[in-house]
Design a protein around this ligand. Structure first.
Ligand code: PLP
Length: 422
């Protein structure tokens, strides 16, 4: 192995930081050190460039270093960042977010999607006076004890050492896209289900769209049982449509969480919802706190990002770019004797070896995910920045040159994959 600056830095990082990375999600990804990024490209510390289809796990929906967001953040930060008091930018960010999503009455900002989910779950329990949360196999709602799940011998339970089995006592896990499983859960536990929490399209667990009528069923069932419907829009928000999954699928939740695409890569997230539920933070003793919430940098980034998405909507371009990739990648693979499965959305699709009709986490497992995981490292070696989970994101900054480079690099990678595996 040639010693690169990246391997040198990783060597150093492993002494100061567990695994040399600051999120376990990155342990399985490329260990490359990035020097800089612009638009839809990254450059590593050794000078190699990558077409970015990871987008930092989603936030860089406008591309890296979007000038209007950087300018707004720069201007805002010169007047101070955090005050322990209110300021005009957080008010304007809240109003902008609400007018952009359209359906919610009130919003609170957080720093991460994980926190936003926690607040939504707490609010749902306080509002309904119930304890159970109904959720779906494979979905990720953050890394905290009461939401982190993994399957062991067919049962969903704690995913991390240090988690207590009891942390998940009030969680019911069922397959996605299965209306009868929802009905069965409500039959058994209906009186104690505070909320269903779901991504409106299951992007994190394989870019799986809802089947026709499924979200309508969730909406109807929760309403009939006086439970709440929480959309976790941390990935889908502002990405599947300006108004997120709620707009794309024309279903109005009671609460929703947002993050990633809403701030051009700046760390900020939010939860929003019906006024009578959100007001409980003040009227009914529901605690939601956070030193950094509503800081000027995040607020300025939200305003600038949502203005970009509203005034210069990238959705059609992203649709065309992503659709071309979804068509071309399997075709190129087929030319080299490989069957690739692709499904999902042009802005976020899932790629893997094999073929399956994917409608939930279980059917996703029929694909050769392990081979794709290995192949993803080969793609990185060939200048396409992806991880092993199979999700390819498309940003507003992906243009014709990125498309040509991605297709050419993909072809070289798949053509040499035979050699790599034989
Ligand atoms: C659907 C969903 N919800 C919540 C989260 C947690 O967000 P964060 O990583 O900002 O804490 C994620 C992160 O990937 C996510 O995909």
């Amino acid at each position: 192995m040639t010693l690169t600056t990246s391997t040198d830095l990783l060597d150093r990082a492993e002494s100061s930081t567990p695994g040399g990375v600051h999120s376990n999600v990155r342990l399985a990804g490329p260990r490359t050190f990035i020097a800089r990024a612009a638009g839809a490209r990254l450059w590593d510390v050794d000078g190699k460039d990558y077409v970015d289809h990871l987008l930092g796990q989603g936030p860089n929906f406008l591309g890296h270093a979007p000038a209007p967001v950087l300018d707004a953040v720069d201007r805002a930060s010169r007047d101070g960042i955090i005050f322990g008091g209110q300021h005009r930018l957080e008010l304007e960010a809240a109003e902008t977010l609400l007018s952009t999503i359209g359906w919610a009455d009130m919003v609170r900002f957080t720093v991460t999607g994980t926190e936003a989910v926690q607040a939504a779950i707490r609010l749902a329990r306080a509002h309904t006076g119930r304890s159970r949360i109904l959720r779906f196999e494979g979905q990720y709602h953050g890394w905290l004890d009461n939401v982190l799940l993994a399957p062991t011998n067919g049962r969903w339970g704690p995913a991390s050492a240090g988690q207590l089995r009891g942390d998940l006592d009030h969680t019911i896990v069922i397959p996605w896209n299965d209306t009868s499983a929802v009905d069965a859960a409500f039959k058994l536990y209906g009186d104690d289900i505070a909320a269903i929490i779901t991504e409106p399209a299951m992007i994190n667990a394989g870019a799986i769209p809802p089947q026709p009528g499924y979200l309508e069923h969730l909406r109807r069932t929760t309403t009939d049982h006086d439970a709440l419907l929480i959309f976790d829009e941390v990935i889908t928000g502002f990405r599947l449509a300006l108004g997120g999954g709620a707009e794309a699928f024309q279903i109005t939740p009671d609460l929703a969480t947002y993050g990633k695409a809403m701030a051009g890569g700046v760390p900020v997230a939010a939860f929003a919802g019906r006024g009578d539920i959100m007001e409980r933070i003040v009227t009914s003793g529901v605690n939601h706190s956070g030193t950094l919430n509503g800081n000027a940098i995040g607020s300025a980034a939200v305003i600038a990002t949502l203005a970009q998405l509203r005034d210069n909507p990238p959705y059609e371009r992203i649709h065309d770019h992503g659709t071309t990739l979804m068509r071309q990648l399997p075709r190129i693979a087929a030319d080299h004797g490989y069957t690739l499965n692709v499904h999902g959305f042009p802005a976020a699709f899932h790629l893997s070896f094999g073929a399956a009709a994917v409608s939930d986490w279980r059917s996703l497992q029929q694909l050769d995910l392990a081979q794709y995981d290995r192949f993803s490292h080969h793609l990185v070696d060939h200048g396409i920045w992806v991880t092993g989970r199979g999700i390819w994101y498309t940003s507003a900054a992906h243009g014709p040159q990125e498309l040509a480079d991605a297709l050419e690099r993909f072809e070289t990678a798949i053509a040499t994959w035979t050699a790599a595996t034989s």
